[in-house]
Design a protein around this ligand. Sequence first.
Ligand SMILES: *[C@@H]1O[C@H](CO)[C@@H](O)[C@H](O)[C@H]1NC(C)=O
Ligand SMILES: *[C@@H]1O[C@H](CO)[C@@H](O)[C@H](O)[C@H]1NC(C)=O
Ligand SMILES: *[C@@H]1O[C@H](CO)[C@@H](O)[C@H](O)[C@H]1NC(C)=O
Ligand SMILES: *[C@@H]1O[C@H](CO)[C@@H](O)[C@H](O)[C@H]1NC(C)=O
Ligand SMILES: *[C@@H]1O[C@H](CO)[C@@H](O)[C@H](O)[C@H]1NC(C)=O
Ligand SMILES: *[C@@H]1O[C@H](CO)[C@@H](O)[C@H](O)[C@H]1NC(C)=O
Ligand SMILES: *[C@@H]1O[C@H](CO)[C@@H](O)[C@H](O)[C@H]1NC(C)=O
Length: 259
Amino acid sequence: MLPQLWVASALCAVVLSAPTYSPGAAERPADMKVLSDYFHMLGTKVQAGRAMAEAPICDLSKAVLPVATATPLPAVSAGLTLKHVAIGRGTQNYSCTSTNATAAPVSLGAIATLYNATCVASTYPDLLQILPGVALEFNLTTPTQQTLTPSNLDISGHHYFSNTTTPSFNLSTTAMDLGFALCQKNNTVPAPAGSVVGQDGVGFGAVPWLKLTTRTGATGNLQEIYRVNTAGGNPPATCVGMPATFEIQYAAEYWFFQS
Ligand SMILES: *[C@@H]1O[C@H](CO)[C@@H](O)[C@H](O)[C@H]1NC(C)=O
Ligand SMILES: *[C@@H]1O[C@H](CO)[C@@H](O)[C@H](O)[C@H]1NC(C)=O
Ligand SMILES: *[C@@H]1O[C@H](CO)[C@@H](O)[C@H](O)[C@H]1NC(C)=O
Ligand SMILES: *[C@@H]1O[C@H](CO)[C@@H](O)[C@H](O)[C@H]1NC(C)=O
Ligand SMILES: *[C@@H]1O[C@H](CO)[C@@H](O)[C@H](O)[C@H]1NC(C)=O
Ligand SMILES: *[C@@H]1O[C@H](CO)[C@@H](O)[C@H](O)[C@H]1NC(C)=O
Ligand SMILES: *[C@@H]1O[C@H](CO)[C@@H](O)[C@H](O)[C@H]1NC(C)=O
């Protein structure tokens, strides 16, 4: 195949499609910054791809879990291997039940749709890194939306909370079943400085990076799950002016490790 053709097909079939804008999205200046970075990088990949002799291989063993430089999360436990990388796009939900205006919102958990980014992780890690920030600019139309706007990454599962201390991941779709896991928090570190704080560049910050471990009964040999390169999701510091429950849009990379 001609290099141009495999680049086009690799970018279209595996990584990203032509953008599809949601109405109004392009009118917001901060969006334009994050989107122009994205399309600049995409353009660079296409240029670089034209110079390559062979199509990139989506080799998961080449994907490297991002590390927060200031305060890293504990490393992946020995003997585990990477099984899947997903972009999660959804909301963090909070409650403000107290009438005490200085009280902080309480987390009710998150609900997100997961999109298969394993090939981007192994082939274009720099593009993967900015995808949560790009994806944050486009709200899901439904929790079952098939592809992640503005990419063409396909749905690979769902993330939700079984109770407030049990993040859960269902990696079963009509295409494939990679497992199901109820998890618990193992460690958390602040999102690095410079993370995307919210939609349109406005918000209360990016949710922390996390290491989760699976609870007994997980399937698909799922053992450890990392949430990294977070964008948005943090609540305001206090409940002042907030309703009893509310949601904050967020996106993140989720890295799944198996035994
Ligand atoms: C309001 O909440 C803050 C922070 O949680 C706490 O320090 C303060 O004592 C609370 N005030 C009252 C009246 O409950
Ligand atoms: C979070 O908000 C969404 C949308 O309102 C809702 O469907 C979901 O049940 C909420 N989840 C939690 C844990 O409150
Ligand atoms: C993710 O995409 C890659 C490349 O297209 C594919 O090989 C893999 O089976 C997909 N995984 C899931 C869970 O859909
Ligand atoms: C996304 O949904 C939130 C409500 O959770 C809304 O405030 C925001 O304007 C929407 N953003 C876009 C880009 O549609
Ligand atoms: C939440 O769910 C986990 C896993 O099912 C369970 O072990 C835990 O006791 C539950 N916690 C509460 C407060 O219900
Ligand atoms: C996971 O999701 C699939 C597809 O939506 C569903 O059929 C299955 O029951 C779910 N599994 C669990 C354990 O919730
Ligand atoms: C975190 O996970 C490691 C490895 O599984 C375990 O040794 C450690 O006890 C866990 N820590 C917490 C706080 O869960």
